[in-house]
Design a protein around this ligand. Structure first.
Ligand SMILES: [Ca+2]
Length: 216
């Protein structure tokens, strides 16, 4: 009887251990997404002229969302790895996970929950949305969400976590420069005084010189 009890307890513990994992609803907060350079209200929207590749990514042991690397699998840089993805055709459509989206990435149907009940590694996840299919020749544009810390205590039926693109660091859009990977952030233009300011400064200096000369 005692042995049976121990076996039962071990089984229960094993079962609960294997059930701990992560459950994340990854979405975008309700559709809003203008094409790169487009108007958030008027468009064109991200799927009007492009397909979309939408990735759910584990940020790796460094807990950092690394910049993409087009030469790597799934365009992932650093130690990042992909957990799931959706490919949506131009104009909108249904991804392989059954979710359905319109041209501005508003969800029409499906279940956005990603779950891995065997996941027990701490760390962070984030979303990356590619406008079009990136290529070394033509580059591409992507949108990153912020990082979400994984709750590894998720079990089936417990509350899942939500990860929305709109929870991210605003519209973080990066431009690829041809063949070189991610381009640097565009530098802040140096603060050059306006021509009018320059001439005012010049007049001021002239006035001071004249005043000095006159006061002698
Ligand atoms: Ca990383």
């Amino acid at each position: 009887m005692k042995k049976v009890l121990i076996a039962a307890v071990a089984l229960m513990m094993g079962a609960s251990l294997s059930l701990a994992g992560m459950g994340i609803q990854w979405s975008n907060g309700g559709g809003w997404m203008a094409e790169y350079g487009g108007d958030v209200d008027a468009g064109p929207f991200v799927l009007d002229n492009n397909n979309v590749i939408w990735q759910l990514i584990y940020a790796g042991a460094d807990n950092v969302a690394n910049a993409p690397d087009l030469s790597k699998d799934n365009y992932l840089g650093g130690d990042d790895s992909m957990l799931a993805n959706r490919e949506i055709e131009k104009g909108g459509g249904t991804a392989a996970d059954g979710t359905q989206w319109d041209n501005y990435l508003m969800q029409l149907d499906g279940d956005v929950l990603y779950q891995d009940l065997d996941w027990n590694t701490s760390g962070f996840v984030y979303e990356r949305i590619w406008q079009g299919t990136p290529s070394v020749e033509d580059g591409g544009y992507y949108f990153d969400s912020g990082l979400l810390e994984i709750n590894t205590a998720y079990v089936t039926g417990s509350p899942s976590q939500e990860l929305n693109y709109s929870d991210g660091n605003g519209v973080a859009i990066n431009n690829y420069i041809e063949g070189t990977g991610p381009g640097p952030e565009p530098p802040e233009p140096p603060a050059v005084p306006e021509p009018a300011t320059m001439s005012l400064l010049g007049l001021g200096a002239l006035a001071m010189v004249l005043r000095r000369k006159l006061s002698k």
